[in-house]
Ligand binder design. Structure first.
Ligand SMILES: [Zn+2]
Length: 117
């Protein structure tokens, strides 16, 4: 039974577009680069702590979105390569229920949980 690919491809492309837009928004409004440099200096400790918390949250958010984006792009590559739904690590088919829940999954359940220490 072949996996229907037009739906996940469409969903992944929509998701990718959304993530790129969100990342652009984070960059435009954030001035993240400047603040990253500033956070290395120790001036007023309380202000620095606030700024760091805010900055850390934004960096964490950005990192999370970049990771999601990378995962989505990897999944799209796999659709093009004809290996979508096949585990990147062990080469076995990924449980279709997992693919439905996580359309960008590139590892099967076993390999994925093995990665998580
Ligand atoms: Zn696997």
């Amino acid at each position: 039974m072949a996996i229907e690919l037009s739906t996940p491809r469409f969903n992944l492309e929509q998701e990718r577009k959304r993530l790129i837009e969100e990342l652009e928004r984070l960059n435009v409004n954030g001035g993240t680069k400047d603040e990253r440099q500033k956070s290395g200096t120790y001036g007023n400790r309380e202000e620095a702590a606030d700024a760091t918390t805010d900055l850390e949250r934004r960096i964490a958010l950005e990192t999370q979105k970049r990771n999601s984006l990378a995962g989505i792009e990897r999944a799209l590559q796999k659709i093009d390569a004809g290996t979508y739904g096949i585990c990147d690590n062990c080469g076995k088919p990924i449980d279709p229920a997992r693919m439905e829940a996580l359309p960008h999954a590139v590892y099967c359940m076993t390999c994925s949980s093995a990665c998580k220490k």
